[in-house]
Design a protein around this ligand. Structure first.
Ligand code: AMP
Ligand code: MG
Length: 400
């Protein structure tokens, strides 16, 4: 298999995504998830015409211009139920959110009036309907409120709470198994001796959680085919299996062989990117499998570009981060052939995002990802970018 361009790799991954089933959850548990069913409005809001400001409820026919004086016959607060009608030459003091009294059809904000005991003088004319929030302006009982597929953010949750709803139906979270391989690895918390700590397992688990999915750590296997197979096989009951390391062409890189040996059908192997070239993607039954590279930065970049979009799409959420346009603050050089994802920090200057590449870009070093907030996507054919060049920036989800 040749190197896959990043766009086709992502497209292949997304084409194979199966939307997960539904579950009903409390609204605060639905935040960051997508509605699986359209929600219909349970209430008409606002329930009655009400004032949008603190001021005076008037009959617009009376309020013809500056100098008009009206008698204040009521004071209406939010929570009141006014029933005394406003007659000709009359008005009511009214607060924001208070129901409009019968007879009144507009409100004049307090700042455009002069109060004088029981009377108020208008400083301007008031058009019918002005400064009034009409019944049903926001939502109407029985009408669709939020369509299936809507991601629930805080305003959407607020809208649901404003309807008196407490539970909604969303797509369930993907269950994700994570398996790391490598003779050199030591579980965190154990005495490492000559080994290095298994950084990828907990880092990938954290990234999985941030993508709205539920991680399960399967642990570690040494670089022996049979043990790698046995570890990976335990991930086949999950929605997704993510393996870390051994995905390249080294003599003890068994990830791809082990996956194939346990029945995983490969969709592609190796993408034309740096970091993250040795990515293996496949499936067995309903389990989607991602074989990530071992270098911690490579595995994070691959996760960001390919696994996170898949996990989000499985939940009915928009898959990829919206890329941004920016400018390069300092020039960079690269080899031709691969698309580079350069870890960078970004600042806004004179209305534009200026990206500065981190000084280290070694995929073997986590310092080449730490503090980065964006990836500069540098096209395969390009070998140099100059300061000031226009670039595409991808925000990363791993930021602190
Ligand atoms: P590999 O893909 O197995 O060739 O690993 C590439 C590099 O990543 C090697 O330097 C490994 O030691 C390192 N590496 C692999 N897995 C992990 C891990 N779980 N945590 C930290 N480093 C790792
Ligand atoms: Mg290895």
């Amino acid at each position: 298999m040749g190197l896959m361009p990043v766009e086709s790799a992502l497209q292949t991954i997304l084409n194979g995504v199966v939307l997960l089933g539904e579950e009903e959850v409390a609204i605060d548990q639905a935040l960051g998830r997508a509605l699986a069913k359209t929600v219909v409005a349970a209430r008409t809001l606002p329930p009655w015409d009400n004032s949008a400001m603190d001021g005076y409820a008037v009959r617009s026919a009376d309020a013809t211009g500056p100098g008009v004086r009206l008698k204040i016959v009521a004071r209406i607060f939010a929570g009141d139920r006014p029933n005394r009608p406003i007659g000709p030459g009359e008005c009511a003091r009214i607060m924001t959110g208070a129901p409009l009294p019968p007879g009144a059809d507009a409100v004049l904000m307090q700042e455009r009036t002069r109060a004088d005991g029981e009377w108020v003088e208008l400083l301007e004319a008031v058009a019918a309907k002005s400064t009034v929030r009409f019944a049903g302006e926001d939502t109407r009982q029985g009408e669709p409120l939020l369509p299936a597929g809507t991601p629930i953010g805080i305003p959407e949750a607020g809208l649901l709470w404003s309807q008196g709803l407490t539970r909604v139906t969303v797509h369930r979270r993907p269950r994700v198994a994570i398996a790391s391989t490598g003779d050199e690895l030591c579980p965190i918390g154990e005495e490492p001796g000559d080994r290095i700590f298994d950084t990828n397992s907990p880092s990938i688990a954290a990234a999985v959680r941030r993508a709205g999915a539920e991680p399960t750590l399967l642990g570690l296997a040494p670089d022996r085919l049979e043990e790698v197979k046995a570890l990976f096989a335990r991930g086949l009951g999950f929605d997704v299996l993510i393996t870390s390391a051994g995905a390249s062409v080294g003599e003890r890189d068994f990830a791809k062989d082990a996956l194939e040996a346990i029945g995983v059908q490969m969709e592609f192997w190796k993408v034309a990117i740096k970091p993250g070239k040795p990515l293996a993607v496949g499936h067995r039954g309903t389990t989607r499998v991602f074989g990530l590279p071992g270098n911690p930065t490579s595995s994070l970049v691959s996760f960001e570009l390919f696994v996170r979009p898949a996990l989000r799409a499985m939940q009915g959420l928009p898959a990829a981060q919206l890329p941004l346009g920016g400018r390069l603050a300092t020039g960079l050089k690269k080899s031709a052939g691969l698309r580079h994802f350069v870890r960078a920090t970004v600042e806004l200057k004179e209305g534009e995002l200026w990206a500065t590449p981190l000084s280290t870009q070694s995929s073997g070093a986590l310092t080449s990802a730490a503090t980065a907030t964006h990836l500069i996507s540098a096209p395969p054919e390009v070998t140099a970018l100059a300061a000031g060049d226009r670039i595409t920036l991808i925000p990363v989800s791993w930021v602190g």
